[in-house]
Design a protein around this ligand. Sequence first.
Ligand SMILES: NC(=O)c1ccc[n+]([C@@H]2O[C@H](COP(=O)([O-])OP(=O)(O)OC[C@H]3O[C@@H](n4cnc5c(N)ncnc54)[C@H](OP(=O)(O)O)[C@@H]3O)[C@@H](O)[C@H]2O)c1
Length: 308
Amino acid sequence: MTGVAGVSDLEKLLVVGASGLLGSKIMVQARGRYDAIGTYNPEVDGADLWRLESLDVGSKDEVEKLFAEVVPNVVILTAAMTNVDACEKQPVVANRINASGPALVARACKSAGARLVHVSTDYVFDGTKKRKYVETDHPRPISVYGSSKLAGEKSVLSSLPTAAIARTAVLYGWNPIEGKENFVTWSLKKLRAGERVTMFQDQHISPTFADNLAGALLGLAGTDASGVFHVSGPDCFDRVVCGKMIANIFNLDENLIIPVKSNTLSLPAKRPAYSCLDISKIEKLLNRKMESFESGLRKMKSQESKKR
Ligand SMILES: NC(=O)c1ccc[n+]([C@@H]2O[C@H](COP(=O)([O-])OP(=O)(O)OC[C@H]3O[C@@H](n4cnc5c(N)ncnc54)[C@H](OP(=O)(O)O)[C@@H]3O)[C@@H](O)[C@H]2O)c1
């Protein structure tokens, strides 16, 4: 009879960016499957949730020191500067975190012989296509965020061709850290306060339930598949449709969703008008379907009622 595996029998998983929305979900789902250690960005407080180590992913010394201490078998790299407008205003910082950081982590994985899954974005595309983007489509970013993430992908694959890159899109779910918002939690906050919520009618996206993505990434980490994979929700909706679905599923007033054209607002960074992803490659590899927006929202609703 096989005994229950103790922590020491499990492979070591390092989640770089465990205090973020996606990283936190990976930490939760890795329990019992891996001996998991996560990192947080030392410039931000509030990461005392699990076994977390501080790491500035842009620092070669810190990355090397952490890898020497942890000696991971598997690494999932979710850390990034994710605020698209902040990236536009601070391109040097964005490139340090989103491009140099992944290069350092990939090199450290190579030295440690560790499996790497690196998380990237739909914003590597320019949004001019009218059908879902496949992995072989040519990336052409239109923002600093997108170009810094594309540079990160390239440096990872050039140092470590066995790595897997998971491009995802518009993450949502309950965030473990108070005060951090995503598309859905921000919309819920406004709708519950009875405030009008303006949403772009001309931006098509594939919303991705962070809990579901975390499971898919752990699945991908367990394979030896390499190269680029699109890993998002299966839908392709404009943001107004998304807003109305949020309102309806949470029994809120959908009339508070106000459609606007994206060119009516002047934001620092350009966003692709269409960035839906074709996910057939990952669904075939993992032999599972990614979760729809409707299903993810219903799960969020039931998770919230269990918390109360
Ligand atoms: N959010 C989206 O809609 C979206 C869409 C497409 C792709 N993605 C990609 O998905 C991944 C996860 O996104 P997310 O929404 O979970 O991100 P998030 O909630 O913003 O979390 C980002 C993580 O990166 C960490 N971090 C930031 N700067 C760092 C630094 N200099 N050194 C080390 N760690 C640092 C943060 O630490 P602190 O929490 O301590 O700051 C946090 O753990 C990212 O690679 C992102 O590019 C996200």
